[in-house]
Design a protein around this ligand. Structure first.
Ligand SMILES: [Zn+2]
Length: 253
């Protein structure tokens, strides 16, 4: 029963995340005005704004002009609902669940905005650092010290790599947005997770990059933002950090 509540709660938050994803890059208010159809500008009524269900009932089209509704809406709502459920099943009805869900929600917003615009908005990542540091004081999963070292390592290490890259190749390889994102990840998950996130993000990013390069014949250095891979790496670290580190230590006995 509570699992179903966590799914509904997740879908509702997902609906809000969609608003953030559309409006934050344009620096519009995320509170007002209400949602409207991008084609005919008609105000969307509350009964057409039910997460996931409205999209299915309307078969992906606006009630008034039949213009296509972006598949981003149900995708983000679905992924957010699923994240909520998985986190709830892992951490139960606790403060940890709320805090990690907020963290994953921020990663979802960052991922989609980075995919569309190749930017990571500071208005998400910088407050995220603060929330992560404060959260370490109230949840048992992480100490404040670990959170602080994670923030510094996350912010510092990528900054170092980015500076080195720029010095070697005379152009910007990684955006400053990635640095702040990794600082946020460090604040929520600690320094070990930062290292794991960089390794996982680079690994997954390289594999996807090579696939895109082969398929499209493009130089992938220009093509792919790094934020989504760091975010994915962070989610894997959130759930399997201990398992992966233990496995690694076991291999190196
Ligand atoms: Zn319309």
């Amino acid at each position: 029963m509570l699992n179903i509540v966590s799914i509904i709660f997740g879908a509702l938050i997902g609906s809000f995340l969609n608003v953030c994803i559309f409006r934050l890059p344009k620096e519009e208010s995320i509170i007002s005005p209400g949602s409207h159809c991008p084609h005919c500008k008609n105000q969307i009524k509350f009964y057409d704004n039910i997460p996931l269900i409205s999209y299915l009932l309307l078969r992906g089209k606006c009630r008034y002009c039949k213009g296509l509704i972006s598949t981003q809406y149900p995708l983000v709502e679905g992924i957010t609902a699923l994240s909520s459920l998985v986190l709830f099943m892992r951490f139960g009805p606790s403060l940890t669940y709320i805090i990690y869900f907020a963290f994953v929600a921020a990663l979802i917003v960052i991922t989609v905005i980075d995919l569309y615009h190749q930017i990571i908005p500071d208005v998400v990542s910088l407050p995220g650092v603060g929330v992560g540091l404060l959260a370490s004081l109230v949840i048992p999963q992480i100490t404040f010290f670990d959170s602080l070292v994670g923030t510094l390592l996350g912010g510092g290490s990528l900054f170092l790599v980015a500076t080195l890259y720029q010095w070697l190749f005379k152009r910007e390889g990684m955006g400053g947005g990635d640095v702040k994102l990794l600082a946020m990840i460090g604040a929520f998950l600690g320094w070990k997770a930062v290292i794991l996130t960089i390794l996982l993000g680079s690994l997954i990013g390289s594999i996807i990059g090579i696939i895109i390069m082969v398929l499209k014949g493009k130089d992938f250095k220009y093509a792919i933002p790094f934020g989504p891979f760091l975010s994915l790496g962070a989610v894997i670290a959130l759930f399997y950090q201990a398992e992966i580190i233990n496995w690694y230590l076991y291999l190196n006995r």
